[in-house]
Design a binder for this molecule. Structure first.
Ligand code: ADP
Ligand code: MG
Length: 693
């Protein structure tokens, strides 16, 4: 199929609407999206009818309200279009009411206590700004999901609320700067997605991968990622055909899959889309993850989206590229040729700097999960400390303004390679800093802390809200100012002196940074259990309530869900470890030790008995240590279970269960290295990552 016919062929997009809707309805639709208004029931009826006819032509019989509950996954309940008609037949119907509102049973989704006080009934509510699409022969309608009384039970609702808050405050600032032609400001997002691809046969033979998405045991193979021969190396033919099909499937769904390459770790890859409006980017990222898994299964592969599927090699993240666009086509974070004289850019930049410093805790929480705890602070990912990279040029512009000194900027440089045949181009004024968790990369910020399986709604709703909050303060100041230019300079000065501590252009992986950050008073929330309590501080409740993102009840319910998810995930991991250790690994180790002991008796005549006996004793000792450590883990896990899924339990998981898991893993991995290969009950890292038995 040609690209033109392929791209978006399963999407009820504006081109399809323009063709199939009466001109008046189409106009109303566009106007409502533009002005954040709800559609009339009449228009919804017409759109529903057109959507249904379009879907039926493509062989579709069912529709679903596609939503993103707090499990982090997507949910759907399928309904058919059939409606009984006289004479025992049926017609295919789909009304505006059915398009706008669904009623899934909310009791099967996490509600963090909201369910105890309210009815179990929940509503899904059409998000007309994200196109409907056909997936697996079902018409999927992107929706928000809330309780009977309107509390958000999903990830989309607060994201949409945060986009409205940001739009409102950003417009206030722009209008004060005289940019009255701008009527909408929206966040743009491009989420780079990392993933692992492994053979289905290996996956099927690992209980840990099946239950938890990551390996809980596994000794380091002789080779890891040290040669970096996988990164940007040629892609294996099997993976090439996977990536080709993945691109096509995503293109059909209107997802702008753009870049694909190998990543640093063996078997690791990345896909990056072209950026788009934040809520659509979030929907598309959820779809991308789902399609990645589905296409893998057609190629005898399994796609792992866990943040740390393998110890000892890099884990997977999701770089969240974020910027602000206007309906007039401006990128508000584009510094232009003379950032020094671009006060509009500097104001928005200062809003981000202030927001990131004041709400480090919320940004940290927005990426917190048991899986991501393995990455943050490890060597391949930024540390758990939030800081911001601006590069030398912007930092010195801000410091000059703050100190009232003139800025003598560096002129643009051409890249000089010494080879004259190569075309010349301007190099960016600052080099990239790959170690920063929140880096300015030319005309956008790249938030590098999100884990690979995370819904990007979380970090983006936080980013939008915290920046909206600071813009609100800026607008208040500018509104009352007699001298606008002076007020802007004052805001820049204040930002740099009060929040400059968040700017760090050095190596975030260094140990000096950890002590320097401490000296600066920056937060270092090392794990999820430490981070979650900050979600409901007075400061953060104030923020969310002020902008209508969450009510206080919603904040507490979300906090409870964070604890629940963390505890559940770790409980499953610990139980899986105990199962694998006691029922597979330790019995195999014992069998090997016993065979060595038997060999020792058999080999007395040829002088091997003492060496076999010594080996038997060495392996036997690991068996015995394994039994002891499994027992210790069991005790810690039972202690955590006593406190259910509470904050107290989360602390026990972080402080006691995880160390006990690591201790058990250590002996098992040691045993793996000295146990004859055929005894080992699970495919090893060597086999999974390199195909070596
Ligand atoms: P890398 O981080 O690997 O160097 P790029 O700079 O090419 O990659 O871009 C990474 C991602 O940033 C892409 O998904 C791209 O669409 C996205 N991006 C580019 N411009 C913007 C923007 N204005 N807003 C949001 N995302 C953007
Ligand atoms: Mg990147």
């Amino acid at each position: 199929m040609k690209m033109k016919e392929l791209f978006g062929s399963l999407v009820f997009n504006e081109a399809v609407m323009a063709e199939r809707l009466p001109a008046e309805t189409y106009r109303e639709f566009l106007k409502c999206i533009d002005e954040d208004r709800a559609l009339s029931r009449e228009a919804a009826d017409v759109i529903a009818g057109a959507m249904k006819d379009w879907a039926i032509e493509k062989g579709v019989t069912h529709y679903t309200h596609w939503f993103q509950p707090m499990t982090g996954m997507t949910a759907e309940k399928h309904d058919s279009f059939i409606t009984p008609a006289p004479g025992g037949s049926v017609t295919m119907e789909f009304s505006g009411k059915e398009l706008i509102k669904g009623e899934p049973d909310a009791s099967s989704f996490p509600s963090g206590g909201l369910r105890a006080t309210f009815e179990a009934r929940g509503y899904t509510n059409w998000d007309p700004s994200s196109y409907a699409f056909i997936k697996d022969g079902i018409l999927c309608i992107p929706t928000a999901f809330c309780s009977y009384t309107g509390e958000a039970l999903d990830k989309k609702t607060p994201l949409l609320r945060s986009m409205e808050a940001l739009d409102k405050q950003a417009q206030r600032v722009l209008h004060l700067l005289g940019r009255t032609e701008i009527h909408k400001v929206f966040p743009t997002v491009g989420a780079e997605q990392e993933y692992f691809l492994i053979d289905k046969k290996d996956y099927d033979n690992r209980k840990d991968l099946k239950y938890t998405g990551r390996t809980l045991f596994g000794a380091r193979p002789p080779k890891g990622q040290e040669l970096e021969d996988h990164y940007f190396g040629p892609v294996k033919p099997r993976v090439v055909s996977y990536m080709k099909e993945l691109d096509e499937e995503l293109w059909k769904l209107g997802v702008l899959a753009k870049t694909k390459h190998n990543e640093v770790a063996p078997s690791q890859h990345e896909l990056a889309p072209v950026f788009c409006t934040a809520n659509i980017a979030a929907d598309h990222n959820q779809l991308t993850m789902e399609i990645m898994k589905k296409v893998a299964s057609r190629h005898g592969l399994v796609c792992l989206l866990h943040e740390k599927p393998f110890a000892g090699v890099n884990g997977s993240g999701k770089h969240n590229n974020w910027s602000l666009s206007t309906d007039t086509g401006l990128n508000l974070l584009n510094p232009g040729k003379e950032p020094y004289n671009n006060s509009q850019f500097l104001l928005f930049l200062c809003a981000v700097i202030t927001a990131v410093d004041e709400y480090q805790d919320l940004l940290r929480i927005s990426v917190a999960s048991a899986g991501n705890d393995h990455r943050l602070g490890a060597h391949e990912a930024p540390p758990a400390i939030i800081s911001m990279y601006l590069g030398g040029e912007l930092t010195s512009i801000l410091s000059c303004i703050a100190e009232g000194k003139p800025y003598c900027g560096t002129a643009r440089n051409d890249l000089e390679t010494g080879v004259h045949i190569l075309p010349k181009f301007h190099k960016d004024s600052t080099d990239r800093n790959r170690t920063s968790p929140f880096a300015f990369t030319g005309n956008k910020f790249e938030f590098r802390m999100p884990g690979s399986s995370l819904s990007i709604s979380e970090p983006n709703l936080v980013l939008n809200t915290i920046v909206a909050d600071v813009l609100m303060r800026f607008a208040d100041k500018l509104e009352g100012a007699m001298d606008l230019a002076g007020a802007i300079r004052e805001i820049i000065r204040e930002t740099y002196t009060e929040h400059g501590r968040i700017i760090y252009n050095g190596n975030n992986y260094s140990s000096e940074w950890v002590s320097e950050a401490k000296r600066r008073g920056l937060l270092n929330l090392k794990n999820t259990a430490e981070a979650i309590p900050y979600f409901s501080t007075e400061k953060n409740i104030g923020l969310f309530v002020r902008h209508g993102i969450f009510t206080e009840a919603e904040i507490h319910s979300r906090q409870e869900i964070f604890y629940e998810n963390y505890c559940k995930e770790l409980s499953i991991e610990a139980l899986t470890m105990l199962d694998m250790a006691r029922r597979n690994i330790l019995p195999a180790v014992l069998r090997y030790s016993s065979d060595l002991a038997e060999a020792s008796a058999r080999f007395t005549n040829i002088g091997l008995e003492s060496i076999c006996a010594a080996d038997a004793a060495k392996v036997g000792a690991l068996y015995s240590e394994g039994i002891t450590r499994a027992e210790a883990l069991d005790v810690k896990l039972n202690k955590a279970h006593k406190y259910g899924l509470s904050a107290r339990a989360a602390k026990i998981y972080a402080k006691e269960v995880i160390p006990a898991m690591e201790a058990l893993r250590k002996v098992a991995d040691e045993a793996e290295l000295i146990t004859e290969a055929t005894y080992w009950p699970f495919p090893t890292y060597g086999q999974i990552l390199f195909g070596v038995i």
